[in-house]
Design a protein around this ligand. Sequence first.
Ligand SMILES: Cc1ncc(COP(=O)(O)O)c(C=O)c1O
Length: 255
Amino acid sequence: MNSESPLSGPTVLVPLVQPVIGEPEIKNVLEVLNSGMLASGEWVKRFEAEFAAYVGTKYSVTTTSGTVALDLALKALDIKNGDEVLVPDFSFIATANAVLFQDAKPVFVDVNERTFNIDPDDAAEKITAKTKAVIGVHLFGQPFAVKALQGLCEDHQLSLIEDCAQAHGAEYERARVGTFGDLSCFSFYGTKNMTTGEGGMVTTNDSRLAERWETPHQTFRRGLNREKTITTMTRSILYTRKSNILHEDLEIGGF
Ligand SMILES: Cc1ncc(COP(=O)(O)O)c(C=O)c1O
């Protein structure tokens, strides 16, 4: 993995993550390929149901990426032009971009210098009459100050979205992240601790919000079309990853 840099001599590439793909994943992908049904099917339902059960929510829906999951969550909350959404100023760019996709304004909030996660005190300072929601990011697998942010949202009648893209399986006060927000978003991108290369998930306990994605191919065509839902083949890999990693209750760290 060494290559010559014309500017500074030899460069050593350090791999960030190494996805674990084994025989069960390959077997399940082959099963889907051989089935002739790549668009939708049982794998989808099984994975959505089991991931929701693992996280501890009643509802979940798969998407093609974590970015699309955030987009879906903001649409479900009806965030639109003129609205402000608080986001931490240290995160992957998708957190803020998803707000821009709604023509709304991301308002950057300082992060705590010890945890690198959104600072609830600075968030309170940034609230205006236009603020509709807060996206908290559990950065590097470390949960943000959930209680403080939940309290702030309750006091100001704001929606809370958890960005769990880097935190599958992380716990806060004995409950898993993904259960605290009105809606929570996961990524299964190639560098994430649970991956299929690309993919995402939204979870919620709110039936009203879940109803808005019940038939995503129809309901969300307005904002999210068919191309933005995940395929059966992708889900089959995810389903296998979940079975192997999550059910064995392994410690999941990093991102
Ligand atoms: C904190 C955070 N939010 C959102 C995303 C977007 O996820 P995706 O790359 O699956 O669109 C990522 C990862 O890339 C992320 O790290």
